[in-house]
Write a protein that binds this ligand. Structure first.
Ligand code: NAD
Length: 718
């Protein structure tokens, strides 16, 4: 009964070794090709008296990385989702009740459905080579673990731990998996793990799962125990406070665990499938899967990369400016194994930039996340200097000096003098159009924008900006570098504010405009959070600093005037200027829209004098939320219409990874799909009539609505 995906070997001792090895895939996943033969294992154990036990393992470097998302995507309706989830669990239940020992030998990643299968085995042994990661990350796609995870995990590690891991999608390493009770043994090698699996089978001829035993108790107590009751009384409100009810999977996970903890495993598994169906049907999950699975994977596979250019790798990188951004770029690049030359105007400044990496690494060593050797090796790859000659041999140079055209032009020319003709020169400017900066370059074809986000080591996105003269080869090389440092690239055409800064500003500015209209600042801030944004608009403007906002506005006015283009002032700009003029320039200064006192902050009471609240005319929260979200979505559609954006996937991923656009909405264009194009256009017109032309729907949307079209939503291939 061996199949291509599941190799079955039977020894003279009657022990069957089933090795998962899905052909044509680098990782095992639970598609039919693998799931059907796995189901057959239950028949084998039940019907063949000669079989004495089963070892389930993987022929790949990972055990099993999760469910088949394509299959999830094709589910239509709650009943199908429920049935599918029950079917998957049926064979595991049969295995664990077969009366014969079943052992999982786990290596590498054991996630989602992989861990659910492993938990359905009687004994779990992990190959402890530093690579094991176990977890149930379904929540990240708006789902709950529907393969028994919400039932078996709490029965193994306790309800509190289980709820926490599943709500955060935590991946645990071998040592913690053992100490928590998730697995039973660690083995130093795979051979040793297999030997121990055989020994365990020989010594345990008729194992029963703990939860099938008459004396089973949940570790730490079941749903009736005071500690669990207390935890589950608080956890849902904490989760709701954090997520504003936008992520139903969080409460469904808790409900499934809680209700399962009142009953036996079989009823629990059924309860779980009902909640699974509720999650699978939720718009949040559909949006998350479409964008953060399909569209993200398409980007990573190079959908926005010019075809026909050979893959490249950066070996030596030069960074000009060792300030906040330069230091961060140096760290992430050295981490990826790249040799880095970090240049500044003084040796002190360059050394300080390198010191940034040392601080991060010292902390990691202290926490046990890295070793002193790893730290030293990474630091040895960064050379701080003031000497341009050290840039010789760099295949890429990234400029991150002050946001000043003249300084940028100067360092571009000095660096190019040292570089070979083929080297790429990139600017990390956040506001200056790339085509203009490239005028300082002797080879504008090799000039590109690589826009990083702060803090560089945490932010996953790099916005690649293609100037008027940037060559496809340069773009491909920039793209390859971004993947090399394990970040996600989006590709946009040159324009003021590019894509991310331009659209992000519409969110913040809308909040500021509301203030001028007499909306209570607390309502504005809460609306931002309710909308699903990571930070409310006024607090965000404080973080970015009001002075920077004013500086960018001044620069834009100047540039547009020089180009003879009319400037349209956003009503939020006056608020920005007025508060900034009072010296309230933002968080760094300890005063902005908020007052800062150590770690605490509170809205500045003086706002009430500047912008008296119209107590009797407060709009509904719904109206405020719509304004903030429509402003961003509409501006994103304009970016697509103007050709600033090149793809829907880049728009959605860029909005989520770049400035935290409500992930459950699936990104700024998917938001429009969710509202429905005709609905979005109609509501935009309503908002435009009430608040100004900026809400007038992009022509592209009007056309799409008329034709009944939608934006691509991310689908399984084929
Ligand atoms: P920063 O002030 O922290 O660092 C700039 C560094 O450049 C300083 O160390 C300075 O000494 C150095 N420098 C100045 N002139 C130089 C010269 N002629 N030669 C060599 N080094 C020189 O600024 P930052 O926040 O790191 O920003 C750098 C660039 O990145 C700017 O273009 C900025 O717009 C852009 N950027 C910033 C952010 C952000 O959040 N701060 C985000 C994206 C992009």
């Amino acid at each position: 009964m061996s199949s291509h995906a599941l190799k079955i070997e039977r020894g003279a001792d009657g022990i069957v070794v089933a090795t998962m090895d899905l052909p044509g895939h680098s990782m095992n996943l639970l598609n039919d090709e693998l799931a059907i033969p796995l189901g057959g294992l239950a028949d084998l154990l039940e019907s063949d008296a000669g079989v004495t036990g089963l070892i389930l393992t993987s022929g790949k470097k990972d055990f099993l990385a999760g469910a088949d998302v394509d299959r999830l995507r094709r589910l239509s309706g709650a009943q199908e989702a429920f049935d599918e989830s029950m079917r998957f669990k049926g064979f595991m239940r049969r295995l664990e009740k077969s009366g014969k020992p079943v052992v999982a030998v786990i290596q590498g990643m054991c996630l989602g459905g992989g861990l659910e299968i492993a938990m359905g085995c009687h004994w779990r042994i992990v190959v402890d080579d530093g690579k094991a990661r176990l977890g149930l990350p379904e929540v990240k796609l708006g789902l709950l673990p529907g393969g028994g995870g919400t039932q078996r995990l709490p029965r193994l590690v306790g309800m509190q731990q289980a709820v926490q891991w599943m709500m955060e999608g935590t991946e645990v390493r071998a040592a913690q998996a053992l100490s928590s009770g998730l697995v039973n043994e660690l083995a130093p090698s795979r051979d040793e793990a297999m030997a121990r699996a055989r020994a365990w089978i020989a010594a345990n001829k008729k194992p029963v799962q703990p939860w099938d035993g008459p004396k089973f108790r949940f570790p730490g107590g079941d749903s009736r125990s005071p500690a669990v009751v207390q935890m589950l009384a608080i956890a849902p409100s904490v989760a709701a406070a954090k997520s504003w009810g936008n992520y139903p999977a969080l409460t469904h996970i808790m409900s499934s665990v809680f209700e399962g903890g009142l009953t036996d495993i079989d009823r629990g598994l059924e309860i779980e499938s009902r909640y699974f169906a509720a999650c699978a049907e939720s718009p949040a999950s559909k949006n998350l899967i479409g964008t953060l699975w399909y569209q993200l994977n398409a980007i990573k596979k190079g959908a926005s990369r010019p075809a026909g250019v050979a893959r490249s790798e950066v070996k030596k990188l030069g960074i000009l400016g060792a300030g906040m951004m330069g230091a961060g770029i140096a760290y992430v690049s050295a981490k990826a194994g790249i040799e880095v030359v970090l240049l500044d105007t003084s040796q002190d400044a360059a050394d300080k930039g390198k010191g940034y990496s040392k601080d991060i690494l010292d902390k990691a060593v202290k926490k046990g996340k890295s070793t002193a050797d790893q730290r030293d090796a990474l630091l040895a790859r960064i050379t701080p200097t003031t000497d341009y000659a050290r840039l010789k041999g760099c295949d890429l140079v990234i400029e991150a000096v002050f946001e000043d055209r003249a300084i940028k032009a100067d360092v571009t020319q000095k660096a190019e003098a040292q570089l070979e003709a083929s080297a790429v020169f990139a600017s990390n400017t956040s506001t200056l159009p790339i085509t203009g900066l490239a005028e300082a370059s002797a080879r504008p074809g090799n000039f590109i924008g690589l826009h990083f986000f702060s803090p560089v080591d945490k932010m996953p996105l790099v916005e690649i900006i293609v100037g008027a003269k940037t060559s496809p080869e340069t773009l491909a090389r920039g793209f390859d570098y971004v993947l090399q440092i394990a970040k996600t690239p989006i590709v946009v055409n040159d324009s003021r504010g590019f894509f991310t800064s331009r659209v992000f500003a519409t969110y913040v500015m809308e909040g500021l405009a509301m203030l001028a209209e007499g909306v209570h600042p607390r309502s504005i801030e809460v609306a931002g959070l309710q909308a699903g944004m990571p930070m409310p608009p006024l607090a965000l403007q404080d973080e970015v600093s009001l002075s920077l906002g004013v500086h960018v506005a001044d620069q834009t006015r100047k540039d547009l005037a020089a180009a003879g283009i009319a400037y349209k002032e956003h009503p939020g700009e006056r608020v920005l200027r007025r508060v900034c003029e009072l010296g309230r320039v933002g968080k760094k200064a300890g005063r902005g829209f908020y007052d800062y006192d150590g770690g605490d902050k509170s809205l500045w009471p003086g706002l009430a004098d500047l912008y008296p609240v119209k107590a009797n005319e407060q709009p509904e929260q719904r109206e405020l939320i719509d304004r903030m979200m429509f402003a961003q979505a509409n501006e994103t559609a304009r970016c697509l219409e103007e050709g600033v954006l090149r793809s829907v996937a880049d728009a959605n991923i860029g909005s989520i990874f770049g400035w935290g656009f409500a992930p459950f909405q699936g990104g700024a264009l998917q938001f429009i799909n969710s509202r429905g194009l005709p609905e979005f256009v109609a509501r935009s017109r309503e908002l435009a009539a009430r608040y100004g032309e900026r809400f007038a729907p992009a022509a592209l949307l009007v056309k799409m609505a008329e034709k009944g079209e939608r934006f691509d939503e991310g689908q399984p291939a084929g």
